[in-house]
Write a new protein. Structure first.
Length: 262
């Protein structure tokens, strides 16, 4: 415990999460983020002049910086490991297999692959597909090795657009890996893959082949809407990745507040 405390005290913390705010970007297949004060200061005042304020939020589990559970996608009616989806799902109870509450707190080696930096641009073009050659080149340039169990984060530069919801969503068009890039990741036995875009993979593609390959075929979680700008600016390519999904029974995803410790 003392060693862990010493490690944390001697590390710089990089916040990898995007903020939540009314009007923030969200995938059109998911509900928006809603927020309101339900009690303002001064409505109820105590005998010593004390008062409190409180608020309420409503949101989809796939809104903002979040991690996908393996039950988020199916193909041919089957989830990961060939589990039939129909008998383990209900509107009231969600998914009874591979739901977000089965993901333990994540403390793993993290690796950033700065694809935008490799391309010499602040942000990748909307139709840019991240290929195995580019993933290899980024790893070589940064002198990092992808290992089994890693959390691998791909920087496209689209975090720059998060305060411009129309641009960030772009009618669900944006850069990311195609199926060959996804297979490059899965071949290395990683635990999770993430990026700074709303869909992780190159979109549009109605078949969502990267989600199917990673979640359904490979058991690899997907993290979306990260902010990787500070990490890339500091050229921090290897770090301790920490994130705790909420324990929502039956849920297909959860908001997270991920950090990198270096």
């Amino acid at each position: 415990m003392e060693n862990f405390a010493d490690l944390a005290a001697g590390s710089r913390v990089y916040d990898l999460a995007q903020p939540y705010f009314v009007g923030m970007p969200h995938h059109p297949a998911h509900p928006p983020f809603l927020f309101s004060l339900v009690k303002q200061h001064g409505e109820y005042v105590g005998p010593a002049g004390n008062s409190s304020a409180s608020d309420a939020i409503a949101m989809g589990s796939h809104v903002g910086t979040h991690i996908d559970a393996l039950c988020h996608f199916s193909c041919g009616g089957k989830l990961y490991e060939g589990q039939e989806a129909a008998p383990v799902q209900s509107y009231a109870g969600g998914l009874q297999k591979f739901s977000i509450d089965t993901i333990p707190p994540i403390l793993r080696r993290g690796v950033l692959l700065d694809i935008a930096g490799l391309s010499g641009t602040a942000a990748l073009a909307q139709d840019f597909e991240i290929t195995p050659d580019q993933l290899d080149a980024a790893a070589r340039r940064q002198a990092v090795e992808i290992r089994a169990g890693d959390v691998v984060l791909l920087r496209t530069g689209w975090a720059h657009y998060f305060d411009d919801p129309a641009k960030f969503i772009s009618e669900v068009r944006g850069p990311g890996p195609g199926i060959s890039g996804a297979r490059w990741l899965s071949a290395r036995g990683i635990y999770a893959a993430g990026s700074d875009t709303v869909a992780f993979e190159k979109v549009p593609d109605p078949s969502m082949p990267v989600h199917v390959h990673l979640l359904v075929e490979s058991g690899i979680h997907i993290i979306e809407c990260l902010n990787l700008e500070e990490l890339a600016a500091a050229r921090v390519y290897e770090f301790l990745f920490v994130a705790l999904p909420l324990k929502i029974r039956g849920a297909t995803a959860s908001p997270i507040r991920p950090i990198a410790l270096k």
